[in-house]
Every structure is written in structure tokens, then in C-alpha cells.
Design a protein around this ligand. Sequence first.
Ligand SMILES: [Zn+2]
Length: 451
Amino acid sequence: MHNLVIDLLLTNAKAYVKKEIVDCSIAVENGEILKVGKETQMPKADDKISLKNLLVLPGLIDVHVHLRDEGKAYKEDFYTGSSAAAAGGFTTVLDMPNNDPVTMSPETLRNRMRIAERKVLVNVGFYSEFPNKLEKIGDIVAEGAVGFKLFMADQVGGLNLNDDRALNDAFVKVGEEAVPVAVHAEDRDFIMSNARELKAAKRDDHAAFLRAHAEQAELKAVERVLKTSADTKARVHFCHVTTEEGLGRVVQAKESGRAVTCEVTPNHLLLSNVDFERIGSVLAMMPPLRSKTNADALWKGISEGSVDVLCSDHAPHTKDEKSTNSIWDAKVGVPGLETTLPLMLTMVKKNRLTLDALVRLLAEKPAEIFNIKGRGRLLQGMKADLVAIDLKKSYKIDASKFHSKAKYSPYNEWEVQGKPIKTLVSGHLVMDEQEIVAKPGSGGVIRGGAQ
Ligand SMILES: [Zn+2]
């Protein structure tokens, strides 16, 4: 032990360890945190990085990201998407399956993992949509899916959304596995019948979009999912909850002992339907931006602990796909990997959020819910996934500098305080001063379930 020379020593850190900020050094060996303590007590290291009093948090985990690639590589690919993650302080992201091809079989999942392995800079896990045949669920989990996505707003996977019995069968089957079901809760029939009427009336403005996706669409879908999964062992994770009533139903379910969790996005906390009206189709997203009252309810959910996770819902598209004349043609979603942490650090600065809550929502709970082992906390024995932050740095968000292919943002020009300066993944420096310093493929694919 005395002659041990370790891989890396991080010195002069202010590290977030067990809800305290401690002045320390962090010893890294074989990609893991060997020791957290005084520099004088540390073994010799091959490499040393001074963190100059930067705040060091466990690497963040984003459970809702669309990395695209394959048939949608023109919007984003595994390299640009994972670069955006590293630049934003995220060391692990979970990729959504609504790609081309849709991830919904052991073969599509395996192929996606194979392509990702050569390109990614951070850890990436993959969701699968439900397969056409539910018997395949076990094979998909064995292949390493971190969870199943149930998109209730439109037909993406193999599950018949009109059939309550089929939904129940799917929840029963996933309940036998060690992975959750992530639900996009918006009712397809409700949206479609509203949209049909509005289109017939020649309406194609933002207000029509909001009416088609009215709050009841979320409530209906949340209630239906809670009902059809009630007698099953499935763990249900509600994606991007946006309404006071929707969150209220999730809280009721939690209080009744159901294995239910939920996430919110910065978009639904920091923007509203007023911004959508002002800015237009670029802010089109699903679920849409809601009233200020709903945003306040989500903030309340965060302070009361009923919201489990913050996620970016990073959904890159080209600028052309976002700037359409008719709102019905606009692609939904905005990029978010490079803005989420600075925005939330700014909220900490403004006392809307505690640092404890930020770490819980962006690292600890995501690791817990999705069973991501060895990550999500800064402790001895955990993977050395870390983000070093300059809390004092004030600057304006500049979307033209994004690593993502989607170089626009609802937050462009917003004044923020708190900047990710270095990101380490399994002990390797990936991002330094917003530059990518690691090679494509230096990240890795993580597998979910009981593996
Ligand atoms: Zn999404």
C-alpha cells in the first residue's frame, strides 16, 4: 500500500459530500473514488489537477434525453449530444427510444448500443419502447434497457394505446423486471379530437396548440396509467409533469403507497404560456408550456419533495424544423443539456432551490430510480463521475457556442450564475473550460435492470 501510485489526485476542491461542503482532495484509482480527505494524507499520483476552490458535485444524471443519431443524426448524434452533456455537467444520460428506427426490440437496442459505444463521451443508458409482443420484454431487459418508455400522446411503440387491457398486460410484464416504466402522460384521443376541430376551423396559432394539449390531456393520461397499473408491480415514473392537478394525482398515488415517481423540466418551471405566445413555434413542446400558476405548483412540489427528478428533456431539432408558419408543423422540444445546470445554479443563488435539492434531483434520485449503480453520489468507492463548478461566474447563455447541433435556446442571452468548468467521467477529464478534451468513445454504455 505504501508504494501505491494512484491514477489521479484532485486537489483544492470544495466537494459536496453527505450534504456538507468540505475542503478536500479526491484520490482517483481505476475510475473510482479511492479516498476523500486532506492532501497530506493522500498517496502519490501519476496525475494531479488543482480545482482551485471549485465546487465539486457528483456528476449529474439526466434521465430524459433524446440523443437522436441513426436516422435522425442530422439533428444530433451520440458525439455531439454527449459533448453537450459533458459541457453541461452531466456524466450519465438516459436516451429516449423515439428514434429512427424506434428502439423497441433486442436487435434495435443492441445496434444502438454498438453505435453509441464508439462515439459517446459520457455514460449512456437506453430506454426501449414497448415491443409488439410483450414476451420480448424480458429479452429487452436482458439486453440492458434501463427502462421502458410509454408515449401516451401518439403511437410510437408496439402497444395499442386504445386498449386498457393491453396497457395492464404491459405493466404486469414489466412489473416482473427490475426496471421502471417512464410515461409521457398526455391523452392521445383528447389531443387528436381537439386538434382535428381546430384545424378544421383553420386555426394554426400557438393558442390552438395549447387548446389541443389542454391540461386535461395530462390529467386524463395520469389517471389512466395509475388505474391500469394499479394491481401490478410496475414502478411508474411520470415524465415531465406540467400541471398542478397532474402532480396532485401523482402525490396522492405516492401517499397511498404506490411505487410512483415523477420529473419536471426547467422549461416548465422557468417559462410559461406567455413566453410561448411571445416567441412562438420555437417554444413548441409536449406537454406545452403552462400558466404561471402551474409553474408555481411545480416549484412547490420541489420544495415539498414530491418532485423526484429534474431532467432537461433535451430534444434537439434543426432551426428550420422549429420555425414553421403553422404551429402544427413545428417539431416539439428544445435542447437543454447545456442550460439545465447553469439555470438551476442560478435558482440556488436566488434561493428558489437549495443545493441539497439540486443534487438530490439531478444525481441521487435519478441513480436510485433507474438503478444506476456506483453513481449519483460523491463518496469513497463510487465511480469518479464529477463536475467542478465555478459558483461565482456570471455570464450570459450563448446558444451559438453549444456543443449540441441545436444551436438555439429559449434561454439564449439569459444572465446566469454558476458555470461547469470541468467534467470527469470514470476519473477521466472529458470537459475542461467548456472544451471537449476526451476522444469519442471514452464514455460508455450502462445497462439497467438487475445487472
Ligand atoms: Zn422527451
